[in-house]
Design a protein around this ligand. Structure first.
Ligand SMILES: Nc1ncnc2c1ncn2[C@@H]1O[C@H](COP(=O)(O)OP(=O)(O)OP(=O)(O)O)[C@@H](O)[C@H]1O
Ligand SMILES: [Mg+2]
Length: 521
């Protein structure tokens, strides 16, 4: 049975005086026009039994891929086998786009219509029912709450409600349960960056668009079968009709799509740059996490604010985190690739009690629920590993930068890396940490004869060496430093040897400590 208690309590708040809703021109729910009236306003007089014919918003460009998801969702929702499906996934993954397509395809299955309710512009959970009532143009009477009015209007209806963008008003979710309980033919398709966590809810996570494997790239003409590449090319052509996927730029385009993690919004923003920047120029900016987000900033003027830039998109999710979750999120930016929970514990539980191990589990699990952190299963070791997508990590690095604890976290990380071989009998459990350690061990071996306390200060380092030193201190591997500075890893390693030699040190943690002490970061 679905729980009733919270709704009954909340329901009382709806029993208020009637005022009049402002009905938007369209019931489409465009955020730009969709200013939702306050909760206790009442819809324009219309018969509750004759709902307005619904109109769904249209989307620019052709829908790419998602055939399997469309089929699965139509099978679930069409015959009303499941009455509450929540499409989840990180911001910009394509939840709304897919939901609209599903709703469009299912029109014939719902004789009383398919309605789109956007909650993106409402600020408070109390406004959720008002938003639904507004879309359905439902009226109340003096002695009737808005919730009751909606319930009575929907009681006999075979209707699909597409409720879009729920994550910021998720505490209103029990209202939805209440409506489903009391309206037996009602079906809901919800989009939210996190699941609602309701009984009877079927959560449907949306994966990124498909990506080619960069190590075995197919021929140029076959690249378009990957939906991320197809979307990039479609959107690039929209801004620059002469754009072509050719054998000359195919590898670059494929790598661009991989750096953008197959995220539709990021692909759209990047593709829009094609009228100004060459594919190579774009790739260079995307490879570098410090410039990645700055290039993804040119959303359509009529798109919702959180789709104007990728930074704003992730910021929306970040703003919904608790302070503790935010702290863990930013600290995790120190890791590249994937890592174990032990590694998270070692680096995140620095000094404050808030992020101590017990709450850390909850915080990490909440980040996973909100699609800011991903779990992959290490089959060999039979344990979970964690990772952030590149674009999300770029944002979390910015947060760490602003937090003022960047140096501390880098030092903790460096110390952790240095201690790893002692405690991990089977070797370090992070590819990048392993790389860093191998680099350190190799450099230490090479420098053995010349290692002696040095009296030289960093002024004896060249400008390039100082640059490399700072990147070491930021936890970057030689490969990443090479990519950042557009030089080879051999050159990076030779700079590292020279830095160690000049400073009389032999490890990355010593280099990090030195950079911090000298205020180089
Ligand atoms: N399969 C697709 N084919 C074509 N365009 C797509 C596809 N998926 C997403 N898009 C486009 O990518 C952009 C982001 O998609 P969408 O708005 O659906 O993301 P979202 O997951 O709902 O994001 P948010 O959590 O911010 O609401 C939109 O412009 C959308 O039209
Ligand atoms: Mg959406």
């Amino acid at each position: 049975m679905l729980k009733r208690t919270p709704v009954t309590r909340l329901q009382k708040r709806f029993t208020r005086k009637r005022v009049v809703f402002q009905i938007p021109e369209e019931t489409g729910g465009n955020e730009a026009s969709g200013r939702i009236s306050p909760l206790y306003m009442v819809a324009k007089q219309t018969s509750a039994t004759s709902l307005r014919p619904p109109s769904l918003p249209t989307c620019p460009g052709r829908m790419i891929g998602r055939e399997q998801e469309l089929e699965a969702l139509s099978t679930l929702l069409g015959p009303s086998e499941v009455r509450l499906v929540t499409l989840t996934g990180m911001g910009g993954i394509g939840k709304t786009r897919l939901a609209l397509q599903v709703a469009t395809n299912l029109r014939a299955s719902f004789v009383d219509g398919v309605y789109f309710v956007s909650l993106a512009s409402i600020l408070h959970p109390d406004q959720v029912i008002a938003a639904i009532a507004q879309t359905l143009t439902i009226e109340t009477s003096d002695d009737q709450s808005l919730l009751d009015a909606v319930k009575h209007a929907l009681y006999k209806k075979r209707l699909l409600l597409l409720i879009d963008t729920v994550e910021h008003v998720i505490t209103a979710a029990p209202y939805l349960t209440y409506l489903l309980e009391t309206c037996p033919h009602l079906t809901m398709l919800v989009t939210s960056r996190r699941e609602l966590n309701l009984q009877g809810e079927l959560t449907f996570p949306i994966p990124p668009l498909t990506l080619p494997d960069l190590t075995t790239l197919p021929a140029c003409e076959d690249l378009l079968q990957y939906t991320a590449v197809a979307l990039f090319v479609q959107r690039a052509r929209a801004v620059y009709p002469g754009f072509q996927l050719t054998s000359t730029n195919a590898d670059t385009i494929a790598e661009i799509c991989v750096h953008l993690d197959g995220l539709p919004l990021a692909l759209e923003l990047a593709a829009a740059r094609m009228k100004l920047i060459s594919p190579n120029g774009l790739l260079l900016r995307l490879r570098d996490s410090s410039t990645r987000l700055s290039v993804l900033t040119n959303g359509m003027r009529d798109a919702p604010a959180r789709h104007q830039t990728l930074r704003q998109n992730i910021a929306w999710s970040y703003s919904l985190l608790t302070q503790q979750e935010q702290r863990v999120f930013q600290r995790l930016s120190i890791f590249e690739n994937s890592y174990t929970f032990t590694a998270i514990e070692r680096v995140c539980c620095v000094d404050d009690e808030e992020t101590q191990a017990t709450s850390l589990v909850d915080n990490v699990s909440s980040l996973i629920d909100q699609h800011l952190l991903h779990v992959i299963w290490d089959k060999k070791k039979d344990e979970p590993r964690f990772m952030m997508l590149e674009t999300i990590r770029a944002y979390s690095q910015e947060c760490l930068e602003k937090s003022g604890e960047k140096a501390t976290i880098h030092l903790t990380y460096a110390t952790y890396c240095q201690e790893l071989p002692k405690e991990a009998v089977s070797g370090p459990d992070n590819i990048d940490q392993k790389n860093i350690l191998c680099e350190d061990i190799q450099v230490r071996e090479e420098l053995k004869p010349s290692l002696a306390p040095s009296s030289l200060s960093h002024t004896s380092l060249t400008t390039r060496e100082i640059e490399v030193l700072c990147l070491i201190a930021q936890g970057l591997t030689s490969l990443r430093i090479a990519q950042r500075l557009t030089i080879t890893t051999l050159t990076v390693n030779s700079h590292v040897r020279s830095i160690y030699n000049k400073l009389g040190i032999s490890t990355r943690s010593a280099a990090t400590r030195y950079a911090i002490e000298q205020n180089l970061l």
